[in-house]
Every structure is written in C-alpha cells, then in structure tokens.
Design a protein around this ligand. Structure first.
Ligand code: C5P
Length: 221
C-alpha cells in the first residue's frame, strides 16, 4: 500500500497529541509532534543564552542545534545534540517563549525541512500534528484535519494535564496569548487549510475524535 500522510492541525488544548498518537497506533503509522521540535529549538536557545526577544539573534542561531525526533506513537522521543529533552521542553519557561522563537522565518525553514524529511522516511505513512502542516509543511497530505474546541474546554484539559492546583484562568490566558502570536505571525501562521476537515472536539470524548479521524483516513484509502 502507498504510505498515507495525515496532517492534524489546531490550537493548543484541542486534543491534537492524544488524537494523533492514538490514530497512528490504530493504523500502524509513524507519528511526529512538530510542536515538540519548536519547543526543542526554544529550549536550546534559552539554555545557550540566546535572547529570544531578538529575532536576529534567534535567526543567526537557528541552524546550530541538531534535533532528532523518534516517531513511534507508543513512545515518541526528542533529542537536541544527543540530549533527551522530552521533560525540559514542557516547562512553563519554554512554553511561554516558544511562540516567539517559532515566529522567526529561519527557524521555520529549518524545522519545516526536518519535518518533510521525517515524513518522507515513514514507510507506512505518518500522522503529523502541528499548526501549519496542512497549509505549508505537507500541502499534499492525504487527509487534513483541523481540531478546534472552546477556550474553556481547552484550558480545562490543559490544566488537567498540568495537575492539581493549576490555575485554570491563568492557563486559559496563556493559551489565548500563544494562539494570538501563532495565528498572527507572517510566516505560516496557525490556520485551517481550505481542504481540511474541521472537527470541534468541545463535546466529544477522545475515543470519539479518534474514531472520527480513523474513519476519515479509511475513506481516503
Ligand atoms: O503543540 P505545542 O503546543 O507543543 O506547540 C508549541 C508551539 O510550537 C506552538 O505554540 C507554536 O508556537 C509552535 N508550533 C508551530 N508550528 C507547528 C507546531 C508548533 O509554530 N507546526
């Protein structure tokens, strides 16, 4: 069979990662979390004292770190210059800075190239999740899905992931701030591709969203 390419885009907290991993597992496909790659380059910038508020400094450093993504949906991995950064890329510091770093065109060019080469290497096909996969990275994907959910549902899910004692209101404000930067940047902003299927997950369980996407993939095959 031909490899199948599935693009899953949408803002944070819509269930992209959980959905993408489950769909890849059910269909025996590889999985790529492109947000983790932008987080990894941001972690490297912060760790190496690059001023992330300075787009010129970020652009100049964009080619330096070597980022490698493991694509097994049962245990995706991410390393920067050989160091496992799966934990450190989820800190609040990285989360609050990633949108600034990922808006820099040199960063996007570098990471986009990496994403295309990972997708091309997936023999059975791949589920790629992000913000600009259907519009820019893999415009010829076999299926494009755009996940949405109400801001309240997104903040509640994200706070649930972060654990007890998380301020839902602050989480919602941080998500909205990140969306605003991601949607308004000049280079490949967060956007629904014209040919993407929009799925509003506000009232759906994870299993229902997964079933919906798996059915859509099977219809395309
Ligand atoms: O998906 P996640 O929330 O981990 O993504 C972190 C950040 O990485 C996003 O807020 C966005 O700034 C950036 N990103 C992007 N393009 C993608 C995936 C993520 O700009 N395809």
């Amino acid at each position: 069979a031909q490899p199948v390419i599935v693009a899953i885009d949408g803002p944070a907290g819509t269930g992209k990662s959980s959905t993408s991993k489950a769909v890849a597992t059910q269909l025996g496909l590889s999985y790529l979390d492109t947000g983790a790659q932008y987080r990894a380059i941001t972690w490297w910038m912060v760790t190496n004292g690059i001023d992330v508020e300075d787009p010129h400094a970020v652009a100049a450093a964009a080619g330096k770190p070597e980022i490698v993504s493991g694509t097994d949906p049962a245990g995706p991995t991410i390393t920067v210059d050989g160091v496992d950064v799966a934990g450190p890329i989820r800190t609040q510091e990285v989360t609050s800075k990633v949108s600034l770093v990922s808006a820099v065109p040199e960063v996007r060019a570098r990471i986009t190239e990496l994403q295309r080469s990972v997708a091309a290497g997936a023999e059975r096909g791949i589920v790629v999740e992000g913000r600009d996969i259907g519009t820019t990275v893999l415009p010829d994907a076999d299926l494009k899905v755009f996940l949405t959910a109400s801001p309240e549902a997104r903040a509640a899910r994200r706070s649930g992931e972060l654990g007890r004692g998380t301020d839902v209101r602050a989480t919602q404000e941080a998500l909205v701030a990140r969306d605003r930067i991601d949607s308004s940047r000049k280079t490949s902003p967060l956007a629904k591709a014209d040919d993407a299927v929009e799925v509003d997950t506000t009232e759906l369980t994870l299993d229902q969203v997964v079933e919906c996407v798996v059915t859509l993939v099977e219809e395309k095959r």
